[in-house]
Design a protein. Structure first.
Length: 498
């Protein structure tokens, strides 16, 4: 009983601090990106988005497999951690050499000679990333997310200030490169100073082999997922131009602020939490159900709400030159609205040591996803993103199906549980958009540039207030389980020092 209480307290504490970290990280990053977007414009953001594809794939190779294995393993010592650190740095050096040599060819492919020097400098973040990977594994195992929260927000602030100053000085896309580099280095340094752990100059091939036997499937799954997630950027770049990539990148970022705040919290906290209950099926089911319902209660209204206020939000924050991003933003919100379901299911599968199932799921989904992308190219960017969103909904059934056997909680039962939140959020979103139609006649007025910044602010405030009132009032009226649990959890958070 005491053990169960301890797990619950650690999960609640972990959720609180991880949510604070992700929320603070996304808020600071978002505010800085708004300033940089106004200073740099769509084309430079498109160039940066293109370069980050290759860094993201390289980071998955360095971080995903061993980091997840370190978190999932029941017992870990200094030799495990040190072995992963040194092999990570060796892999980073090999990947950096490859990216350095490939940079001119990548620049030729995208017809942008500026990519060569910037990609070579940006790739230096792979080294700090390999260190951060081990540090975050240590934090996750101890569920000391308070430390990670403080370190991440400080890194955001320092790097954001540097990026904005560089942009004001006319550095162009180099300002974005500088921001990314400084953020990684600062995060590494802050965590290194705060953690008591220091690496040993020792590597155990036996320990690495054990970790890799679990982690390689997660690594391959992560590579497939990252490659697929970034596949739309090169397609858009080749079919259109860097400016259109910039519009897509901005449209994708708005819902990512919400998704990364909630879904990353679920991912970081629930893997170690699920791992502690992997031998207790009923407890694991209860935890998975609670995770999906509670995150759905927050994410459905947030993302559908962003879809409803997209016109006024983009015009107010980014300006009229960014309005072509609005349709992409809405479709990305639709796609991301179910990501919390994917992540919760996949973490439950991983925590039970079934990385083989995780890999099979990724292969199946991505083969179908690429086919959907190829078939939808003729439909234009809008058609491509709509088909992707619809497929993401189908994937909730693919990801949830194994958990019917593993923890006794399958996709149909999951959707039955979260359907009230989804229906209520959809109703709220329609009501919020109707306000825009009543006040200004809909999206056409914003595209024509007839709406001032002051009017956008008034509209957005009214929409958010009305949407929030409708959602919370209906949740209270229908006595929704998720609201009751959220209130109880917040009371526990306030009543205890986390």
């Amino acid at each position: 009983m005491e053990q169960n209480s301890g797990i619950k307290k650690n999960v609640i504490s972990g959720f609180f601090w991880k949510a604070m970290e992700n929320g603070g990280d996304q808020l600071v990053t978002f505010l800085i990106s708004v300033v940089l977007a106004r200073l740099l414009g769509p084309e430079k953001y498109g160039t940066m988005a293109t370069m980050l594809i290759f860094i993201s794939v390289a980071n998955v190779i360095i971080q995903n497999g061993f980091q997840t294995a370190l978190i999932q393993k029941k017992e870990v010592n200094d030799l495990d951690l040190s072995s992963v650190l040194w092999i990570g740095l060796i892999i980073s050096a090999a990947l950096y050499t490859f990216i350095f040599a490939s940079a001119p060819y990548i620049a030729d492919f995208f017809s942008d000679s500026d990519i060569t020097p910037m990609l070579r400098v940006l790739a230096l973040m792979l080294f700090s990333g390999s260190v951060v990977s081990v540090e975050i594994a240590i934090v996750a195992r101890s569920m000391n997310f308070r430390l990670q929260c403080i370190a991440t927000i400080l890194a955001d602030i320092f790097s954001g200030i540097a990026g904005v100053i560089a942009a004001f000085k006319g550095a162009g896309t180099w300002a974005l490169v500088l921001q990314q580099l400084i953020k990684n280095i600062c995060l590494m340094a802050f965590l290194y100073i705060s953690l008591k752990w220091r690496p040993k100059f020792a590597v155990s091939a036996e320990r690495l082999k054990r970790l890799f036997s679990y982690g390689w499937k997660v690594l391959v799954s992560g590579l497939i997922d990252t490659a697929y997630s970034n596949i739309y950027t090169p397609f858009i770049s080749r079919l259109y131009d860097a400016a259109m990539v910039g519009f897509y990148n901005r449209g994708n970022q708005f819902p990512q602020v919400i998704v990364n705040s909630m879904a990353s919290t679920v991912q970081a906290v629930m893997l170690p939490a699920f791992s502690k209950t992997q031998d207790e099926k009923q407890k694991a089911k209860s935890m998975l159900r609670r995770t999906i319902k509670l995150s759905g209660f927050v994410m459905f209204p947030a993302l559908i709400g962003v879809m409803a206020v997209a016109d006024s939000m983009v015009m107010l924050l980014l300006g009229p030159e960014w309005m072509p991003a609005v349709p992409m933003l809405r479709l990305c919100c639709l796609s991301y609205s179910v990501w919390h379901i994917h992540i919760a299911n996949l973490q439950a599968i991983n925590a039970n040591g079934r990385s083989d199932i995780y890999l099979k799921l990724e292969i199946i989904k991505k083969i179908i996803g690429v086919a959907v992308l190829i078939l939808s190219i003729r439909l234009g960017i809008g058609g491509m993103l709509l088909m992707k969103a619809l497929f993401d909904y189908v994937c909730t059934f693919i990801n949830g199906w194994p958990n019917k056997k593993i923890v006794g909680y399958g996709p149909f039962e999951q959707w039955k549980d979260i359907l009230p939140e989804f229906i209520l959020s959809t109703f709220m979103g329609i009501a919020v958009y109707v306000i825009e139609i009543i006040m200004y006649g809909g999206s056409a007025a914003f595209l024509s540039g007839a709406i001032s910044a002051g009017s956008c602010l008034v509209l957005m405030v009214v929409q958010i207030a009305v949407g929030g009132f409708i959602y919370l009032a209906a949740a209270l009226l229908f006595r929704m389980e998720s609201l009751r649990y959220l209130v109880e959890t917040m009371k526990l958070v306030v009543g205890k020092k986390l």
